[in-house]
Design a protein around this ligand. Sequence first.
Ligand code: NDP
Length: 314
Amino acid sequence: MAEITTKCLIIGAGPAGYTAAIYAGRANLEPVLVEGQQPGGQLITTTDVENFPGYPEGVAGPKMMEDMRAQAQRFNVRMLGGEVTDVDFSERPFKVKVNGGTTLITAETVIIATGASAKYLGLPDEERYRGMGVSACATCDGFFFRNRKVAVVGGGDTACEEAIYLANLASQVYMIVRKGFLRASKYMQAKVAENPKIEVLYNTETMSLYGADILEGAHLVTKRGTENENQYDLAIDGFFLAIGHKPNTEVFAPFIRLDEQGYIITEGNSTVTNVEGVFAAGDVADPVYRQAVSAAGMGCRAALDAERFLVMHS
Ligand code: NDP
């Protein structure tokens, strides 16, 4: 087992984690950053980011994350591949295991920046057809559905963004929206409305999926439970989930206080958690804003909080 000791361990490689690393690195904390299975976080699967200051023309999500990583690397940050599988926050220094114990990290402070992951509806068929038509990432898998029919589930900004992206590839895109309206911003709604390849199916839910080996369609129901309820089959080759995210906090749950949705609760306007010396930043602790720029800002605050903590406890 490899053993590593650090003043500041950062878990997660999205905007919050990399920004915390830049600040902690510049403060000479020689931080270690565990990057997880998908370095770059959710932005790896985002197309254009047009609202992050400093990119007047916008930037592709993966490119922005490459830039953040490269910036962190300038400041003596040790990047480690792999996933945190076990933590012991019962006493300081904290103990964190990576990849089931192949690496043991002993850390004086920890910044949790593990973000959030895509939600699924919970239908058994989603598992059955995963990778065979079911996906939660249009930019990863859209390419396989050129000139095919696909559906996107959800009515938020993500669903609209995914539908617009897929409309560039697929022959037809349906949006399956459980309510009678889209929750997305007016701007995204207008983009969807003006796209001739996108049809929004309102008041519609998915009961199950069908297909011999690969996905061939969805059993849908409109106005479920009313006298106008209507069940029908929609022939599609791709079924994309875009119904929000859940915070990646399971491994921390025995020690860290979470809200009812699983987000880490931080104290007031700080990044301080219920465990002294453990801080949280980004989507993992932010059910409200969930933006790259707000995550980056929180990463900065977490590194400053960790630095102050170390000064006070050395
Ligand atoms: P949201 O929570 O905003 O939207 C989730 C959507 O999925 C809603 O339409 C919701 O329906 C629907 N949904 C949730 N659960 C189910 C279910 N079980 N069955 C069917 N439908 C379901 O999530 P997003 O990921 O879209 O956005 C998250 C945040 O990120 C938002 O603040 C958004 O504005 C932001 N964002 C910004 C972007 C940008 O600025 N470019 C791009 C993408 C996201 P209902 O409305 O009925 O609850």
